[in-house]
Write a protein that binds this ligand. Sequence first.
Ligand code: F6R
Length: 364
Amino acid sequence: EKEGFEHFMLKEIYEQPKAVADTISPRIKNGKIVIDELEMTDEDIKKVSRIQMVACGSAYHVCVCAKYVLEKLAKIPVDVDLASEFRYRNPLMAKDTLVIVVSQSGETADSLAALRESKKKGYKVLGIVNVVGSSIAREADSVFYTWAGPEISVATTKAYSTQLAAVYLIGLLFGKVRGTIKDKEYREYIHELGRLPEKIQKILDEKERIQWLANKYSHTKDVFFIGRGLDYAISLEGSLKLKEISYIHSEAYAAGELKHGTISLIEEGVLVVGAATQPDLFEKEVSNLVEVRSRGACVLGLTSYGNYSIEDIADFTVYVPKTQDVFTTSLAVVPLQLLAYYISVAKGLDVDKPRNLAKSVTVE
Ligand code: F6R
């Protein structure tokens, strides 16, 4: 079943170009985004006053990205909550809030409870779900299926990528209907969406460099992932991937938060992965990297081709292809998945079944 790959995780990382294409292409018709399964008229979409995103783990990290993406494209305020927190805090939500629950398995206990809580309060719930017919898919008012196919590895990769694609499609549709995206931009975004699979493939084709870095850093004890904006969102996912399968202590921080405590942990030998793909925040991120480097950290830069000035400060740099700023997360996550994967392999760990973890968390 692994089709020649050593682990399901690597197979699933390699399936991402297809999974993302399968999620996007059925929703683009004659150059327009059409998502029939939302079951929302243009009037319904215009009426949405806020979006409340809820999920656990990596799906929660998709929600953190979604806040930046949806607020930019559709100009709708987005709140993001961990399902385990949301379900018990008696959340106050504005009238006409659309609740979006994101889940690969569709069976995560806390996410399902969050869905039920929202429905009980009378809110419409949209599920972004991978497993057809799962509990969340059945109980949500409408379901956007991510067509990632079965995901076996405990650490999610392709499902995460298709969830991001779902967010882009919803953001573009809402932005178009609500008039917050101009026609020309809309066409450019759709064109660029279609190119994401080949760009992900290009990163996979350059995997040797990540493999080399993984071998070099497999003995590291502490890793900090830092970024701003969408680069913060990607840092959260990179950190979780690393800790869950390589058992290396890692944390993700919004780069601007370092000074408020965490920078005291930076010392000789600590690895800092600095994501800097967002042009408007690039200089700010670089100045944070200067700060950690001057305290002895080894800096691994992650940015888009063209931003070569990062080499002035980074010990090593990984480049991803250029795309629309809002879509870069889909590309930047791939080297981070590969880094975690190859470190786990270098340490001889059980990549697909990390200790203490289950694929589907059906108890709270
Ligand atoms: C991390 C991972 C978990 C899941 C989380 C939610 O690699 O896989 O953090 O993202 O347990 O699971 P779903 O998406 O099935 O609700």
